[in-house]
Structure formats: structure tokens, C-alpha cells
Design a protein around this ligand. Structure first.
Ligand code: ZN
Length: 303
């Protein structure tokens, strides 16, 4: 999973008008996406890799008052309705208006939709109309960790890619281990708090878990024997990561030669598998009394 997209010199003309960023809802993800947005909005010389931090677009963006940018988040019911897209409840310009009007202080107009998977049906239909005829000089960035919940008609109009947090800026990777390990550990622990020994032990746990998936080709017996321990949550996150990658590759039409069962599943099968996995994780997270072995057993029955 390469993550060079945001580091590229940005020529707005080459950026797709509708982007889907597949990632967990992490602060680090938002930091990266916001730097990218600021760079597109910035009216200074586009030869530079970063925004100027001096122009009106940059300064207003920093204090969250750039009039050419809207960030849409789920409401207190955890949904994004059509009203949020139209900005029914406030006096600011609605999404459609911002996109259709000329940019006021910036180089472009941008809508960022967080947790896009919770867009309601109506909201998605509204958005689809925008995506079918994107207004000039406007960009829609959607962030989601579960993009498959969106309508296929919407997904088909988005250019998607996955991003990982920049852990290495904070903690140089002297262990020379795979970046995805940091990515997965971070779902449970703050990397900065871990000792070298703990990181090394996570790395070997990761390897063992990946082996039980790849080398044993998702053999249920092998998994039932080894997964049901105190590391189950970590192991499930590794599995989830693998499913994400597979879905992301499918969405981008990337065919990777891979011998595991996972790569033979159709998109719907992958979604189903992922949904079941997420329900299982929710039970674990809520400390519901369940028989983990039976849950694992029925989960792996799906593939
Ligand atoms: Zn600027």
C-alpha cells in the first residue's frame, strides 16, 4: 500500500474531481488530508510542494473560516443527511452553491465528507447528481473506512486510494518492519508508548498471524487452534486489513496474483466477510460474553 499521493506536487488540473480516501477515522489521516486540501486551495505558486501559509486561502483555512471549503461530519445520530449537504440548518452557503459559485478567496472549492459511509440514501442520491456533473474547479473528498456501504453508482465515480498514518515521522522505523504492522498496532495502542521489545513482539505476532492466513491459506483448523488467545483483537485487525486491501484493489481494478482464498472472493463476498468480522469485533469491544471459538468458527465458514 503505497502512500505517496499527498507528497506529489499538486497540479489541480490533474486531481480527480471526486476522491475517496479509504482510511480509519484517525487524526493523522485528517492531518494529511487537510494539508492536501490546503494545498489545492492555496493561491500561491503551484510549483511548491506545500501551501504557502500566507495567502488569504491558507490563512482562512487555518482558522476554519475559508468560505470555499466545507467539512461535513455525521450528526449526533451518526448519519449524514441531505440537509447536511444542503446546509439547511445554517446560514452558510450549501454544498451545491459553493461548488457552483466562483471561489471567493481560494484557487478552488472543496467539500470534505468525513465518515462518508453514513450518508443516507437521500444524501447519496443528492451527491450522485453533483458527481455526475461536477462543477468546474471543484473537488469532493470523501473519507471512509467502509466505502462498500456507499452506493455502487457513487463508488464508480470516485477515484479511491488508501492511506496510512505517518507514524515514521514520529518514530523512525529502526526495526525495519512492515508499515502495516504499525498501522494495525495503532488501532489498539499508542505507538509512542511501546518499548522496543513490545514492538518486536508485535512484529513476530504479525508474522505468525499472516502465516496462519497466507501460508495455511486461511485454514480454519489452523486458525481455530492458534487465534483464540489474548491477541485475538490484533489478529482480527490483521485480517481486516487484508480484506480492506483486497477490496481497495478491486475498486481500483488492481489484479494482484495471490494464492489465498481471499483473492478468489467476489466483491459481495468480501463485503459480507468484512461485515461479519466488524460485528464480531464490536462484540469483543463491548465485552459481550461470547464463545470466541464458535464466533471464529462461523466467521471462517464464510470463506
Ligand atoms: Zn497559500
Amino acid at each position: 500500500m503505497e502512500n505517496n499521493f499527498f507528497d506529489l506536487k499538486i497540479n489541480p488540473e490533474n486531481i480527480p474531481h471526486a476522491l475517496l480516501i479509504i482510511s480509519e477515522d484517525w487524526k493523522e489521516t485528517h492531518n494529511q488530508v487537510n494539508l492536501f486540501i490546503k494545498k489545492i486551495l492555496c493561491i500561491a505558486d503551484s510549483e511548491s510542494k506545500s501551501s504557502c501559509n500566507k495567502c488569504k486561502a491558507c490563512l482562512t483555512f487555518d482558522v476554519k473560516s475559508n468560505p470555499d471549503f466545507i467539512e461535513i461530519k455525521p450528526d449526533d445520530k451518526g448519519k449524514i443527511g441531505i440537509g447536511a449537504l444542503r446546509s439547511d440548518s445554517d446560514t452558510s452557503r450549501g454544498t451545491i452553491n459553493i461548488l457552483n459559485e466562483t471561489a471567493l478567496v481560494s484557487n478552488a472549492k472543496i467539500i470534505k465528507i468525513c465518515n462518508a459511509e453514513v450518508l443516507t440514501e437521500d444524501a447519496q442520491n443528492h451527491l450522485l447528481k453533483i458527481l455526475e456533473e461536477p462543477p468546474k474547479n471543484s473537488y469532493i473528498l470523501m473519507l471512509s473506512s467502509r466505502p462498500y456501504k456507499l452506493k455502487k453508482t457513487i463508488l464508480s465515480r470516485l477515484t479511491s486510494f488508501s492511506i496510512l498514518p505517518n507514524f515514521f515521522n514520529d518514530r523512525p522505523n529502526k526495526f525495519n518492519i512492515d508499515e502495516s504492522i504499525f498501522h494495525i498496532i495503532s488501532k489498539e495502542k499508542d505507538i509512542a508508548d511501546l518499548s522496543d521489545e513490545e514492538i518486536t513482539s508485535y512484529a513476530s505476532l504479525y508474522e505468525e498471524t499472516e502465516n496462519s492466513l497466507d501460508f495455511y491459506n486461511y485454514s480454519k483448523r489452523r486458525i481455530l487452534d492458534t487465534w483464540n488467545d489474548e491477541n485475538l483483537i490484533f489478529r482480527l485487525n490483521i485480517l481486516k486489513n487484508n480484506i480492506f486491501l483486497e477490496i481497495s484493489n478491486n475498486l481500483n481494478d488492481i489484479k494482484i496474483k495471490n494464492k489465498t482464498i481471499l483473492s478468489t472472493l467476489e466483491q459481495d463476498g468480501l463485503f459480507n466477510f468484512l461485515e461479519e468480522l466488524i460485528s464480531f469485533q464490536a462484540l469483543l469491544a463491548n465485552k459481550v460474553a461470547i464463545n470466541k471459538k464458535i464466533q471464529l468458527d462461523s466467521l471462517f465458514d464464510l470463506i
